[in-house]
Design a protein around this ligand. Sequence first.
Ligand code: HEM
Length: 361
Amino acid sequence: MNAPAETVRGGVAGWFEERLRISGLLAALLHVRIPVSAQTYYLGGISLFLFGVQLISGTLLALYYKPTADAAYESVKYITSVVDFGWLIRSVHHWGATLMIASVGLHMGRIFVQAAYKYPRELTWMFGVLLFAVTILFGFTGYLLPWDQKAYWATTVGTEIAGGVPLIGDALLNLLRGGADVSDATLNRFFGMHVLVLPLLLAGLVVVHLTIVHQLGLASPRHPEPRPVRRGGPAQPVDEPLKPFFPHYILDELIAWFVVLAALVVLASVLPAGLEDEADPLITPQHVKPEWYFLSVYQLLKIVPRTIGIVAPMIAVAILLLLPFLDRNPAVAKRRRPLALSAAVLAVIGLVALTVWGAQS
Ligand code: HEM
């Protein structure tokens, strides 16, 4: 008997198609059309690319890194000075973290400005906020791993702040440190979180995030999504021209990835990741400063009472998470969202001012 027409294909592609029947899935994934007015600036894809860079460079570092208080510092020194291109891989991982936090932050900014968090994308946004939180946790847990003075003391201060969280502070401090102080136990926990728990969590969240993005298609910054008329009536039609996602958008995205990769290698080569003296729990350095993305909280804690400095960022995260439900205005055009946009501008000015102040103090 003859095979069905669609399975009679030659070559390697045909061989796999007969066994996996994947062409239907690929067509469903790729042949999506997106609103012509949608401007993503490729930021979601760039965040995804940087996650890939972090996975690859982190895996290479893990081939030589030793996660114990006795050996961590020496192993990082060995990676930097003996292993071929070890310094470059470590610096790419260092700058990749900074660029990833920046690109996730900018991606969130573009979603906000274009009002793409509104109906029906509330869940896409909420999973995004979780992704942002996990990305920051990557930075926090990774910072301790070189086990130098900066790493040790910044983590001492950072975990102390976590210890100030109302009600659960003590338990959280103990959970993070694995004891009263930052020690070998802390390093083991942070390493486990950094290389196993967080990557799995981020990968799972990305899958959910992108599945919802695919299901809903990209938002139009010109028209609010038409809500279906109650009792099953048809949705109002929207006259929005569409463009194909594949190959046009994907090829542009690839170009963006190459540009980011080039920037990453230049940054890593010109400003390689540093290493201070080995951690010494008995010598407190004069100035303990966190990474740039924690400077605003660090500075806030210096100028307001401690409880306010700890609770205020938590409230900010809760507001961010619940934003699609707090902002009841259905409009997406910028001129019809003066309140949301001015509140965001003020928040960004405050964040930047605290960060700059924190960097200088
Ligand atoms: C690791 C972090 C993240 C990755 C890899 C990621 C990836 C993506 C990608 C590839 C897209 C489609 C293209 C684009 O809009 O650029 C997208 C869309 C979207 N993302 Fe993210 N994202 C991340 C974090 C976030 C964050 C932090 C938020 C907001 C809090 C967010 C909210 C959204 C929303 C609402 C859309 C739909 C946009 C639309 O329909 O126009 N994402 N994301």
